[in-house]
Ligand binder design. Structure first.
Ligand code: FCB
Length: 477
């Protein structure tokens, strides 16, 4: 258990300072404050996603997806890489379960490939696809590892006409999610609807750097965003309708977090306001069941078309909110109409191997705190956190001290949030092993196990040994 909250510590130190010296008990309190252990019921895990690890894209009736098409389009993915083989985890899942077991994790976050279940996106389920995930889930449970299942991690069945531009896709997703909940919820107790709304909507349809590679005008792009949150909301309803009663439903979102550049009340308030407003089309809509006025005013005639019932579905209450937390946006209070402005990242802003992965461990604390203060969710998880690193093999080892540095600092900030009483209950490290990193292909490694993609050999990096120690001690080490 966390022995002392930050407030208790401040009180203890304050009292002894007033008395002119540190008393024995204040010193003991100060020492305890450096004890970075987590509550007994805190759960550690690793995360992966279907298209990034499975391979076997033509096997057992799997239908083609947007990412199959995108990655096979010349010029779209670094090095012309694709997920045809990836980590071959479709065949090697038992070996991957052994990696997890060796780490000592209690949980594993994995995603299902929609097109293995419904090759056409909808219609008749493919028994072989269902079978596969039954085997994976059973294998994890036999090893004492609890699966947390994400229904959609970006691999959209290509047969769905119009993809996310078509609102029918949201309904098709809900039907698929409800069906898989009915198949797995006797064993899978925690389900996440979609992964990272901003990525599969905006990166795919505004920036065009992810599948399907479109750069739509604002009105159409906002409509795609709406279909994304609608898919989530309809899926929450469908999962609740078809799953066993105790199933917990949530989302894995990569909310953009605005971190106060200086921890003073005015910057803290500005950062919280920024986080709410800048995520208005995603998590804010989900948690508040409406598009806030600031968003609608800014979108003007480009605002999404919303049908009766949509916002109620989108705002369906959740059992937990899970967050993928990586890079911060620094913000300061100012006298502009919004009351805040962001501070640009510059060449000297520290980052990991992926240029977008700016190192700012404070985002871990502020992300948890802001979501808690804004919307008071019952339970929070970190559904992803991790880092890309160069990972050279030297003397047969991968000594990724840089990744350990990143993780240690972020997890220390998650500890700060837990110590202050925010309801963070678990942490999933991205990722169990190197895998297909979307538009970066295999050029960016996020794993704590190195994968030799030529032989499929998995080699634990130094960070795996470090994470194992964190889990064993249930503390930052
Ligand atoms: C997240 C994705 C995940 C992985 C990590 C590095 O945005 O959800 O699939 O690519 O980034």
């Amino acid at each position: 258990m966390v022995a002392l909250s930050r407030r208790d510590l401040a009180k203890a130190l304050g009292a002894s300072c007033a008395a002119g010296s540190f008393t024995g008990s204040a010193l003991a309190a100060a020492r305890q404050s450096t004890d970075l252990s987590f509550p007994k019921d805190f759960r550690w895990g690793c995360a992966t996603a279907a298209y990034q690890i499975e391979g076997a894209v033509h096997e057992d009736g799997r239908g083609a997806t947007n990412w199959d098409i995108f990655s096979h389009t010349p010029g779209r993915v670094f090095g012309g890489d694709n997920g045809d083989v990836a980590d071959d985890s479709y065949h090697r899942y038992a070996e991957d379960t052994r990696l997890l077991k060796n780490l000592g994790v209690q949980t594993y976050r994995m995603s299902l490939a929609w097109s293995r279940i419904f090759p056409e996106g909808r219609g008749r389920p493919n028994a072989k696809g269902v079978d596969h995930y039954n085997k994976v889930v059973d294998n994890l449970l036999e090893s004492g590892i609890e699966p947390y299942v994400t229904m959609f991690h970006w691999d959209l069945p290509a047969a769905l006409p119009g993809g996310w531009q078509n609102r029918d896709t949201s309904r098709a997703f809900a039907d698929y999610a409800g069906f898989m909940a009915s198949q797995l919820s006797d064993r899978v107790k925690n389900i996440m609807t979609v992964n990272e709304l901003r990525c599969f909507t905006d990166l795919g349809h505004k920036q065009g750097i992810h599948a399907p590679g479109l750069q739509l005008p604002d009105a159409a792009a906002n409509q795609v965003r709406h279909h994304g949150v609608l898919a989530h909301g309809l899926a929450v309803q469908a999962i609740r309708a078809h799953a066993k009663p105790q199933t917990r439903v949530g989302i894995a979102d990569n909310t953009t977090f605005y971190v106060p550049v200086i921890e003073t009340p005015e910057h803290i308030a500005a950062a919280k306001k920024a986080t709410r407003e800048m995520n208005a089309m995603f998590l804010t809509a989900i948690m508040e069941g409406r598009y806030i006025d600031e968003y609608l005013a800014e979108a003007g005639t480009n605002a999404p078309k919303v049908l009766p019932g949509d916002m109620a579905a989108i705002g369906s209450p959740l059992d937990f909110v899970a967050l993928n937390i990586y890079a911060p946006e620094w913000v300061r209070a100012d006298s502009s109409p919004k009351g805040y402005s962001t501070i640009s990242h510059i060449a000297s802003s520290p980052h990991m191997a992926s240029p977008w992965l700016i190192v700012g461990p404070e985002v871990a604390y502020w992300g948890i705190r802001q979501v808690s203060e804004l919307w008071n969710p019952k339970v929070l998880y970190v559904s992803e956190n991790g880092a890309s690193a160069d990972d050279p093999i030297q003397h047969g080892r991968i000594d990724d001290a840089d990744r350990i540095m990143f993780l240690r600092n972020y997890i220390t900030q998650f500890h700060r949030a837990v110590a202050e009483g925010y309801p963070l209950k678990g942490y999933f490290l991205w990722s169990l092993m190197d895998n297909f990193e979307w538009a970066d292909g295999y050029s960016k490694r996020f794993g704590i196990h190195y994968v030799d993609f030529a032989t499929q050999q998995r080699i634990p990096k130094l960070s795996a040994a470090w994470f194992k120690e964190v889990i064993a001690r249930n503390a930052v080490v």
